[in-house]
Structures are given as structure tokens and as C-alpha cells.
Design a protein around this ligand. Sequence first.
Ligand code: PEP
Ligand code: MN
Length: 438
Amino acid sequence: MNGRGALSRKSALSVLAERLSAALARPAAQQPCWPDAERANAVIELLHEADPIVTPAETARLRARLASVARGEAFLLQGGDCAETFAGNTEPHLRANLGVLERMGDVLAEAAGLPVVKIARMAGQFAKPRSKTEDARGLPVYRGDIVNSPECTVAARTPDPHRMLLAYAHAAGAMDVVRKLCAEGIEPRVAQVVLAGARRASPVGAWPFPDRGRPARPSEIYVSHELLLLDYERAVLRPDSAGPEPRLASGLAHFLWIGERTRQLDGAHIAFAELLANPIGLKLGPGCTPEEVVEYVRRLDPHRTPGRLTLVSRMGHDRVRELLPPIVEKVAASGHEVIWQCDPMHGNTRTSGNGYKTRHFGHVVAELAGFFAVHRQLGTHPGGIHVEVTGDDVTECLGGAAGIAETDLPDRYLTACDPRLNGDQSVELAYAIAKLLR
Ligand code: PEP
Ligand code: MN
């Protein structure tokens, strides 16, 4: 390395450090108030010493895969728990969730006639944004295992920075399991709905029963989580000079997304994401205007890199056909090659008669139908889906071939945050999408 190269690298690094400080100095929504700032800083210092959980080579491979999605040559399947928990971070749970992605990926690949890029919400999906700061009892809300504990005591709900170290350790352990399972091969989840469907005598339509399995085979699955808790996200960054400008590679996940509640254009999350070398997702809710979206695209994809930015619409089944077209048109006219992904879960959440936060399978399918119809009409590529799913046999979402009813919700309502499709509902959803693609 010659002297000039070393010098310019150093100045690039100091520019990045300055931009990072400026980003983090902006207002940041949804951050916990640590009761003891000194203790929080000590944890953050410790995290700065931590090794990356994902490798630059893996993230680079995902960038290439996502470029092919943006060009219409592949489909993106992203899914997993709404909130991972420390207690739930077990090999059987990870295997079950990966088995669902594997099966959904098989069905979608066959239907779309395209390779499917798979990204799990896994190995770090521990932080949650919340609509209120206090719960009905007046306790601080649960913000995910990385911040506090869901138990209903003041002590449990008080944010504890030490949990960031536990989260890092859990994420690293989960990533080891993901790598091992991908190398060994993951058995795809097979839907069991035949019996349940018969029991409920509900018509199951055109999808094939019984569902077919196949032997496990090695798989390529990337990991992602919401870029939410900035004290955690800022800790494991490395300079990255592979792209069009010097950036920082997060070693905490291959893919990070910004949620609906933290996408303020003048806020810290957008400014932080601008600096990242990782591919970035951005959730777009019904309040989002086409003008705003073009501004996001300009900020987060300044070099017009295909697949750099994934726009995740979550408009609700009843609004997607009205709200999505002007956004897609305006971005398409800007010339940026983004990935259009649909999250059919978060715009369709409601409270059941018996008090459970839930979603109806039919609404999830209806939002996806709207999403595919909009893209078909505009001639753009409906690049992928982002879903909350688990291979565990939970009863959190209504409907599907097994006909889960409100009275079934208490049976196995196990989520730490939002309701997930269970294994059978997830496979059934993949078949429903296959029908929409035909
Ligand atoms: C989520 O993905 O769990 C989430 C909170 O989504 P959104 O930001 O779209 O509400
Ligand atoms: Mn969620």
C-alpha cells in the first residue's frame, strides 16, 4: 500500500466516523431510556470489542442475489418471528422456522419459475417498536428481549443494557446453528392440514393435499432484523470499501430494515442506514406519500445500485390497490431499481372479540393479491414478500384451511409480540401466492 492510499483511506474513515456521529446525534424514535447511563456506556464499550456475526463475503453474496431480484430475475422470501426471544432461541425452533422458509421457497420457486432468495427474521430480531410507552397497567412497555422482559413487574420492564450483551451472544449462537443447518440441509415443512381440514369440513380449494415433502438438502439462507436499537446497531461496524463509496458494514446481520415507526426523514435511523454497506429494507405504511418515498430512495440508494433498497409496502388489504400505484409509478420514473416487497401482515392487525391481537389469513392473501395486481398493471416486478411465520404449531392468526377461530386463539398463543402464521398456514400461503402468480 502506498502512502497516498493509506492517507486517503484514513481520511475516508474519519469522514465516516464524523457522519456516524452526526447520524446518531439526530432524534431517534423508539429508543429505551436506560436507567443508568454509565452502565449502558460500559456495555456499549464492551460490544465495540465484539466480533462480527456475519461475514463480509456472505453480505456481498446477498447483495448480488438482491440485484437479481431487483432486475426481475429472482424472488425474495423473507420471514420469521415478529420477535425472537432468548428462551425461544433453541435449535428446534430455529429448525422449524427455517423449514417453513424452505418449503415456502420451494413452492414459490416452482410457481414463479425463478430462484428464491431466502432471508430469515432470525439471529438478532430482538428489538420491538411499540405504539405506546406504557401498557394498560401503567408499566413501561415490553420492547423486546434485548431491552427488557415481558413479565408484569416494574423491575422486569425496566430497560437493562446488559441485555444487549445477551442478545449479541444469542444472535451469534443462532447464526452458528443457521450455518450448521444450512450445510447439513433443512427438511422442508410439510403441511398437515389434511386432517384438520377434514375435521373442520372446510373446503380447501385448489391446493394439493396431501402436501409433499422432499429430502433435506444444503440451503442458502441469510439473516435479518429490524435496525431499531441504535446503541446495539452502532457497536459492530467495519469499514467497507467494496462499493461505490466508503461505507460501514454491519456485522450484526446480512440485511437490516427500518420500521414504519422509525422512518422519519430527519431522524437517526435513516441517516444511520445511509452509511451502511448492507442491503437495506424500508417499511412503508399507509401514511407514506409518493414524494416521501422518492426522497427515501434518493437518500438510501444514491448510486442507483439495483437491489440496494427494498421497499416493503404494508398498506392493509383494503388500501393497497389505492395507495401503492402512485408510489410505484413515481419510484419507477426516478429510474432507481428497488425491490418491491409486500408485508401483508402489519397493515392487517386487529383485536379479536376475545381480546387477542390477531390477523386473518384471508386478509393476508387479499393484500398480496392487491400487491401482485398493482405490479401486473404497472409492468413492474413484484419482487418478494415479508411475512411473520413460524414452523411451530401456534394459534395466533385466524383462518386458513384448518379454520382457526377466535375461540382457538387461547390454545397456543405463544408470540412475544405480533401474531404469526403457523407452519400449515405458511405453506398454505405459499400455495395461495402460487395461484396468484399463475
Ligand atoms: C415488524 O416487522 O415486526 C414491524 C414492527 O413492522 P412495521 O414497522 O411495518 O410496523
Ligand atoms: Mn411484527
